[in-house]
Design a protein around this ligand. Structure first.
Ligand SMILES: [Zn+2]
Length: 211
């Protein structure tokens, strides 16, 4: 569902550009709003959320899908945690559809899906591990669960197959969500070069936070 934001970029309390292939980790307090902006279009932002006070209580794709009765995320989607909390609610979305089925890329899945020669290519899972190692507050590799792929187009066919398709996003499209509790956000700005999730050209995203 396409919904514009009423927030003024000039009043954001935090702004950062996350370069292609880089991770970003940041706490968002209850009541704050996070915007992820697709600066150049068709960029996948692989994202994990945690209860900021209990990292074992993290984003759950299956609880979110069951709760809303829909496999795509957009305005109104309540992002659920493993322990039954609503972490965030999507409040604005100019892209219209976000994936939470396709998973984050890893060197292992790249080798299985594409070619053994992709082994040395950077992948989201490495960005996640790099970011939590730097964060250094008890998050571990095993805390990397299923994720959201903002702006990524992973339609399900009539036969129930998942396909990675050319993006539905475009330069300047954004998604915005209100934190319903204190959350930790972890983004890998996807470096993938083997499927069209980034239009084969990873580009920067912008993250902004409002009080
Ligand atoms: Zn990726």
């Amino acid at each position: 569902m396409l919904t514009e934001s009423t927030l003024d970029p000039a009043t954001a309390v935090y702004d950062a550009t996350v370069l292609a292939g880089e991770p970003w980790i940041h706490e968002i307090r209850a009541g704050q709003t996070l915007r992820i902006l697709d600066l150049e279009g068709n960029q996948a932002a692989d994202t994990l959320f945690y209860n900021a006070h209990d990292y074992e209580d993290r984003y759950s794709a299956q609880d979110t899908i069951r709760d809303q009765g829909n496999i795509y995320l957009t305005t109104g989607s309540r992002l659920q945690s493993l322990k039954g909390h609503t972490l965030l609610t999507i409040t604005a979305d100019t892209c219209g559809r976000h994936d939470t089925l396709g998973g984050a890329c890893a060197t292992e899945s790249n080798m299985v899906r594409y070619a053994l020669e992709t082994r040395h290519m950077h992948a989201c899972r490495q960005s996640f591990v790099k970011a939590i190692a730097g964060w250094g507050r008890g998050l571990d590799k095993r805390d990397i669960g299923h994720n959201i792929n903002f702006f990524m187009n992973v339609p399900v066919t009539a036969e129930g197959r998942l396909t990675f398709e050319d993006g539905v996003s475009a330069p300047g499209k954004y998604v915005e969500m209100r934190a319903e509790m204190d959350v930790l956000a972890l983004i890998s700005n996807c470096p993938q070069l083997n499927n069209p999730c980034n239009a084969y050209n990873p580009t920067p995203i912008r993250v902004s936070i409002w009080d």
